[in-house]
Every structure is written in structure tokens, then in C-alpha cells.
Design a protein around this ligand. Structure first.
Ligand code: C5P
Length: 314
């Protein structure tokens, strides 16, 4: 086939713990990542000229190498130059539904869709692991976005262990339209403030384990204990982002005052989400927070957990 349409789901962080720093400048993390059914649609098409074209209906999404989807196509075209020449180029059209610069891996999931789509269109037959290794060159969240579902992510975020699917949870998400948080700033500031607590590389596995606290939420997921999952939500970056952005803190407090299982900022923000056990509860939480905040700059979404990552659109 000379064209593919793919569904690229967003992710939320149910858990994000910063363990230490790494020689490559990144941080050693323990995260629980969850795909949600708030998704972009990505169309890829072989075109006559040997070039990469990116089109998007969202003004904040660049059409060039500033776009991770472009970089994914460029990476594969360099990896497989003969096939790229044979197919003659790629047009990528991004239909944006995931908010941009939101802490929901919108750019990473677009790149993941391009890798999966080109593997199919060019009949490369790459394994998921090979696609994820390529994805890790583009960004720490790209490998997870390929496989999706529920996973424990360690290392930079690229070492993935699948976890059992979490069922029966609904997510209410809220984000200020024009607010964005710089991820490098958030990590850099965390290092400045909490670097003294980092686990050193030389400490043995046992002492590292004592300092990593992802065990209880992983166990709650394995036991399908949704109320416990809600209680165990955690994100170290909140310690940096919430004091600096009082609006996000206020939004989180508005969610926390509702009848919910738990609330948390996703990634480095600024999106805040809350978990509920029913669609009706999600709708009433959304209505209540909307009324409390009474701010036209706030956007809301309701989503469910998605059991997979990139999928072909039907
Ligand atoms: O990998 P990605 O490009 O998505 O990461 C964005 C930024 O987040 C990095 O430049 C780095 O500042 C920070 N980061 C980090 N440690 C990680 C993942 C991301 O410090 N494990």
C-alpha cells in the first residue's frame, strides 16, 4: 500500500520518580506510563519527489525538522536510503487533537506513528524492539508511544516493562490554552534543588531499590486495585512546577476537592488530570472544576485508558 492512516494516542504519567542523573545529561527515571484514547490521526503517503513534507492543521506544529514526526521520517530515510529513493518521498499529514506542549507526549506519539507507518508502507518488517531503538534516538517517550498500554518505564524512559491493562478508569484532563512549561527547565531545576538526594551509579541494586518507590503502584496495577492506583499517583516534577505556576496548583486543588480517585500533573505539565470510576463521574468533575475555575482559557477533555499504542485507523 502507498498510504496509511494511524491512530496516535496521548499518554499520561501515573507515576514519575527521578532517581538520579546520568552521564548523558538525562535523568534516570522510574515511571508508570499510560496511553489514553485522546489521539491524533496521522496520514502518511508515498509521493513522487524524494522529499519529506509535513502538513498540520495546528499553528503551533512546525512543518520542518522542529517536528518530531519529520525527524522520524528523516531518520528512517537515512537508515534505508535505497527504499526511500524507490518510494520517492513521504507526505505526513497530522490531524491534531492532543494539546500541544502539554506533557501528554503529543509530539512523541506522532513520531512513533511515522515509524510504525513507514515500517508498514515500506514493508521493512522491523520488530517492535527495533522500532523502539530507533524511536529512542528521537525522544525518551517515543519507545513507549509505539507499544503503549500500561508500562513501567526506567532508564531515560526507554526501558519498558509492560504492565497488565488498567480497566474501568476515566480521565478528566485540563490545560490552560497558552501555558507551556519547558521540560529541560523542569529537570534542570529539579537537579539544582534535589540533586543531593540522587542515587549514585555506584550504589548497588539493593540500595537503589530502597530509594525507588514505584513498587506499590505497580502492585496496585497488577491487582487491578483502581482506588489504590488513584492514591499512589506521584510526580516528582510537581515539586518544581507547582510552586512556579500558581495557576496549575490552583487547578490541581480544584480537582483534589472533587470526588475523585486521585489527581496529578502529567509529565512536566502543564496538563493536570484526575481519575474517576465512571463516565458520569468524569462529566460531573469536569463541570464542577469548570465552574470553580470559571476561566475561558481552560480546555477540558474526558478520556479512557487505551490498551495499546500506535494502531492502524479503520
Ligand atoms: O527525551 P526528550 O527529548 O523527550 O527529553 C526532553 C528533555 O527532558 C531533555 O532535554 C532533558 O532535559 C529532560 N529529560 C531528562 N531525563 C529524562 C528524560 C528527559 O532530563 N530521562
Amino acid at each position: 500500500m502507498r498510504s496509511y492512516s494511524l491512530i496516535a494516542p496521548a499518554k499520561i504519567n501515573l507515576y514519575l520518580e527521578i532517581i538520579g542523573d546520568r552521564p548523558d545529561g538525562y535523568h534516570e527515571l522510574a515511571m508508570v506510563l499510560q496511553s489514553i484514547n485522546l489521539a491524533d490521526k496521522i496520514d502518511i503517503r508515498a509521493i513522487g519527489i524524494e522529499t519529506i513534507i509535513v502538513k498540520c492543521d495546528h499553528p503551533q506544529v512546525p512543518p520542518d525538522a522542529g517536528n518530531l514526526a519529520y525527524r522520524a521520517a528523516s531518520l528512517l530515510s537515512k537508515q534505508f536510503p535505497d527504499i526511500f529513493a524507490r518510494y520517492g518521498g513521504i507526505e505526513i499529514t497530522i490531524h491534531k487533537h492532543i494539546p500541544v506542549a502539554a506533557g501528554l507526549a503529543g509530539g512523541s506519539t506522532n513520531a512513533a506513528a511515522v515509524l510504525v507507518g513507514l515500517d508498514l508502507m515500506w514493508e521493512l518488517g522491523l520488530t517492535q524492539r527495533e522500532l523502539q531503538e530507533l524511536g529512542a534516538q528521537l525522544g525518551s517517550d517515543v519507545p513507549f508511544c509505539i507499544s503503549g498500554g500500561t508500562a513501567l518505564a526506567t532508564g531515560r524512559g526507554e526501558i519498558l516493562s509492560p504492565l497488565p491493562n488498567v480497566e474501568g478508569l476515566y480521565v478528566v484532563l485540563a490545560k490552560y490554552k497558552n501555558l507551556s512549561v519547558s521540560t529541560p527547565w523542569a529537570y534542570r531545576t529539579y537537579r539544582q534543588e534535589f540533586g543531593h538526594t540522587y542515587v549514585s551509579e555506584s550504589s548497588g541494586q539493593e540500595s537503589s531499590r530502597e530509594r525507588v518507590h514505584s513498587g506499590p503502584i505497580v502492585s496496585a496495577i497488577a491487582h487491578h486495585n483502581n482506588s489504590e492506583i488513584g492514591k499512589l499517583l506521584h510526580n516528582d516534577l510537581e515539586k518544581i512546577v507547582l510552586p512556579e505556576y500558581p495557576q496549575i496548583l490552583k487547578l490541581r486543588e480544584a480537582f483534589a476537592s472533587q470526588n475523585i480517585l486521585g489527581t496529578m500533573m502529567s509529565g512536566s505539565g502543564p496538563t493536570v488530570f484526575a481519575l474517576t470510576e465512571s463516565q458520569a463521574q468524569a462529566e460531573s468533575v469536569q463541570a464542577a472544576v469548570k465552574a470553580t475555575m470559571a476561566d475561558p482559557e481552560l480546555d477540558f477533555w474526558i478520556a479512557t485508558f487505551n490498551p495499546n499504542g500506535i494502531a492502524i485507523a479503520h
